[in-house]
Design a protein around this ligand. Structure first.
Ligand code: B1M
Length: 213
């Protein structure tokens, strides 16, 4: 029986090889990819985040844990993205300017892709101008922004303002998320929606486009 707590522990310990092995084993045993993600990998990141906040680990520890998480996520990704039906909805998603945290954004991106949407992942540290050009030139109908550092949330506001200034606000729905982000903040900056996690992000996009959830 797959031991998902061992996956969390090895994420915390930054043991990428072990994480890779355990994630593969769990998949082979038929454990659902989303369960492995939430109860194994994400749980490990929560633990390391708490330790970082309490000065029990420092930046190098955080970096190796993030690397281990990403190794596991890479193995899970094909199982998270299993949808056959492709929707015509185009989504441009990225972590906002100044912010390099991309693990959560990568999960949201994979889940949206898995749900059949056409996702363009812009990576991290994405400028407002880049988002605007994805709407104007790339035809994005949804812009998804992620932020993990509280001060970088301001870049979400700046991006919405840039979209308004470029005259394309009516062409796009803006959705935001990330650990410090809230529905209240989304309302305040004029975003069309907020999602707490990747599953809710998929539901939100479906709702915004009138698909059944
Ligand atoms: Co950083 N970091 N980090 N970090 N880091 C946090 C965010 C922090 C809370 C840690 C802490 O103090 N406890 C803190 C921010 C404090 C604050 O602002 N309130 C912090 C800090 C301070 C920093 C640095 C400044 C540290 C330094 O240099 N001194 C630095 C900042 C660099 C920068 O961005 N400019 C930094 C760097 C790093 C690493 C590079 C080491 C690494 C990131 C690696 C990477 O992403 N490639 C890292 C990590 C790993 C973390 C923690 C531990 C974990 C983040 C994570 O991956 N969580 C984090 C503490 C924490 O959050 N517990 C922390 C797992 C992930 C699955 O969850 O990203 O929340 P999350 O995504 C979820 C939801 O939020 C949601 O769905 C996802 C899946 O369910 N979601 C969306 C996310 N985006 C969404 C978009 C949507 C919808 C939903 O719609 C578009």
């Amino acid at each position: 029986m797959a031991d998902l707590s061992a996956i969390s522990e090895n994420v915390v310990g930054g043991k990428a090889d072990k994480v890779q092995e355990l994630v593969k084993e769990a998949l082979e045993e038929g454990v659902d990819a989303l369960t492995i993600l939430n109860d194994g990998l994400v749980k490990g990141m929560d633990v390391i985040g708490e330790k970082f906040r309490n000065y029990e680990v420092y930046l190098p520890g955080l970096i190796v844990a993030a690397r281990a998480m990403k190794t596991g996520l890479a193995i899970l990704k094909p199982s998270l993205s299993t949808s056959e039906a492709k929707s015509s909805v185009k989504i441009a998603i990225g972590t906002v300017q100044g912010d390099t945290h991309d693990i959560g954004k990568n999960i949201v991106s994979a889940m949206l892709e898995g749900a059949g949407f056409q996702v363009k992942d812009l990576g991290f540290d994405v400028s407002p101008e880049k988002f605007v050009s994805e709407i104007k030139e790339g035809g994005a109908q949804i812009v998804g922004m992620s932020a993990l550092v509280t001060t970088n949330m301001l870049s979400m506001k700046d991006t919405i303002e840039a979209i308004v200034e470029a005259g394309v606000r009516d062409k796009v729905k803006v959705i935001i998320g990330g650990a410090p982000v809230t529905q209240e903040y989304a309302d305040r900056i004029g975003a069309d929606g907020y999602a707490e996690d990747a599953v809710s992000a998929v539901e939100l996009v479906r709702e915004l486009f009138g698909f059944s959830v």
